[in-house]
Design a protein around this ligand. Structure first.
Ligand SMILES: O=C(O)CCC(=O)c1ccccc1C(=O)O
Ligand SMILES: [Mg+2]
Length: 370
C-alpha cells in the first residue's frame, strides 16, 4: 500500500437524545472522518473519536487535526506499507495523541482488508459471525432512565450500562433494581470518585452489578487496586488503559477484573489486538467500548468485537441509538439482540456521500507532492 491522498472531513451530527455523563451533557457530536486513497485508487475510511472538549482524554478534535496535518499524515503519505501494524512504529516520533493515530490506522486497515479481499473482522483475527451488544443510558431522572431501559430491552439489547456520579448512584441503582431485578446491569462513573468515596462505592455491591467501570481517576491505577480488594463487584478499567503496558500494570496489580477496549483510546487496532491477546492469556475478559461515534467507527468496533476474548456485550449500539441518519450504508441494526459481523471485504459498509456533505463543516485535503 502507498497512500497518495488523505481527506479529513470535520463533521457535526445532532444526537437524537441528549446524553449525560458525570462530566456533562452531549447534544451534538463533532468528529473527524478520515478518507484515504492509495496509488491503486482504493479508498479506506477511519474515524478520530476525540471529543470537542478534553474531558475524557487530553485530545480534542482540534488537537487531533493539528497532529494529523503537521505530523501523522506527512509521515504516512508516499510511504510503502506492507501491513497496518507498521503504523505504530511509523508514528513513534509522535508521543501519545492516540485517537489521532487510531483514526488513520483504521483507514489503513480498511484498505489492507480490501486488498486481501477479506472482511476487516477476518484480518483482525475475528471468529464470530455476529456479536451481542449492550446500550448505555445517560444520567437522567429515574423515571426517564427506566423508560429508556424498557425501550432498549424491547429493541433487544443484552446488557445495560448506566452512567453514575457522586450523589446519584445507590439511590438510582436501587430504583433500577426494583423495576428490573434480573437485568444485566453495570455502572460507569467516568472517573468521578476518589478512594475517599470507598464506603459509598462498597454500597454498590448490593445491586448485583456485572461490573463498575472506571470509578477513580485515569492515573489512579494503584488506588483502583486498593479499591478492588474491598469491592465484590468487579472493576472494569476504561480511561486508565491507554496501552498494552497500562493493561499489564493494571492486571498485575489487581486494579481490575475486566478491561474495556476502545481502539481510539489505545492508539489503534494494532494495540487493541495486543491488549486483547494479553487479557485473554491472563483470563481477563474484555468488551468493546463506545464513543458516541458515527457508523465508521461503529463498524470497526463490530469487526474488533468479533475477536474471541470479547466475551461481554460491549457499547456497540445500533446507528439509531444516537443518530437520526448515520453516514454509512447500510445502518448498523440489531436482529435478535445481535449485530451481524459484515462479510463484505474491508470495513464492509459504504459511506453515504450525500449525508456526509450535509454534516460536513470543513474538508481538508492532504496530498503527496513528492
Ligand atoms: O457510545 C455510546 O453509546 C456511549 C459510550 C460511553 O459510555 C461513553 C461515551 C462517551 C465517552 C465515554 C464513554 C465511556 O464509555 O466512558
Ligand atoms: Mg467508560
Amino acid at each position: 500500500m502507498n497512500i497518495k491522498r488523505v481527506t479529513l472531513h470535520i463533521t457535526e451530527m445532532k444526537l437524537v437524545f441528549p446524553f449525560a455523563t458525570s462530566y456533562g451533557t452531549y447534544r451534538e457530536r463533532e468528529s473527524i472522518l478520515i478518507e484515504i486513497e492509495d496509488m491503486d485508487g482504493c479508498i479506506g475510511w477511519g474515524e478520530v473519536v476525540a471529543f470537542s472538549q478534553p474531558w475524557y482524554t487530553e485530545e480534542t478534535v482540534q488537537t487531533s487535526l493539528h497532529m494529523l496535518r503537521e505530523f501523522l499524515v506527512p509521515s504516512l503519505l508516499g510511504r510503502t506499507i506492507e501491513h497496518p501494524s507498521e503504523l505504530p512504529q511509523l508514528f513513534s516520533n509522535v508521543k501519545r495523541n492516540r485517537m489521532a493515530k487510531a483514526g488513520l490506522e483504521g483507514a489503513v486497515w480498511d484498505i489492507y482488508a480490501q486488498h486481501k479481499n477479506q472482511p476487516l473482522a477476518a484480518v483482525l483475527g475475528g471468529v464470530r459471525s455476529d456479536i451481542e451488544v449492550g446500550v448505555v443510558i445517560g444520567i437522567d431522572t429515574l423515571p426517564r432512565m427506566l423508560q429508556q431501559i424498557e425501550r432498549y430491552a424491547v429493541e433487544g439489547y443484552q446488557r445495560f450500562k448506566v452512567k453514575i456520579k457522586p450523589g446519584y448512584d445507590s439511590e438510582l441503582l436501587q430504583g433500577i433494581r426494583q423495576a428490573f431485578p434480573n437485568l444485566p446491569l453495570m455502572a460507569d462513573a467516568n472517573s468521578a470518585y476518589t478512594l475517599q468515596d470507598k464506603d459509598q462505592l462498597k454500597k454498590l455491591d448490593d445491586f448485583g452489578l456485572m461490573m463498575i467501570e472506571q470509578p477513580l481517576a485515569d492515573d489512579d491505577i494503584l488506588d483502583h487496586a486498593l479499591l478492588q480488594k474491598e469491592l465484590q463487584t468487579p472493576i472494569c478499567l476504561d480511561e486508565s488503559i491507554h496501552s498494552l503496558e497500562d493493561a499489564r500494570v493494571a492486571i498485575t496489580l489487581g486494579s481490575c477484573r475486566v478491561v474495556n477496549i476502545k481502539a481510539g483510546r489505545v492508539g489503534g487496532l494494532t494495540e487493541a489486538i495486543r491488549i486483547h491477546d494479553y487479557c485473554q492469556a491472563h483470563h481477563i475478559p474484555v468488551w468493546c467500548g463506545g464513543m458516541i461515534e458515527t457508523g465508521i467507527s461503529r463498524a470497526q468496533n463490530v469487526a474488533l468485537a468479533a475477536l474471541p476474548n470479547f466475551t461481554i456485550p460491549g457499547d456497540i449500539s445500533a446507528s439509531s441509538r444516537h443518530w437520526e441518519e448515520d453516514v454509512i450504508i447500510p445502518d448498523i441494526t440489531l436482529s435478535d439482540g445481535r449485530v451481524p459481523v459484515s462479510s463484505v471485504p474491508g470495513l464492509g459498509y459504504k459511506v453515504n456521500r450525500k449525508r456526509l456533505r450535509n454534516i460536513t463543516m470543513q474538508t481538508i485535503v492532504l496530498e503527496n507532492h513528492s
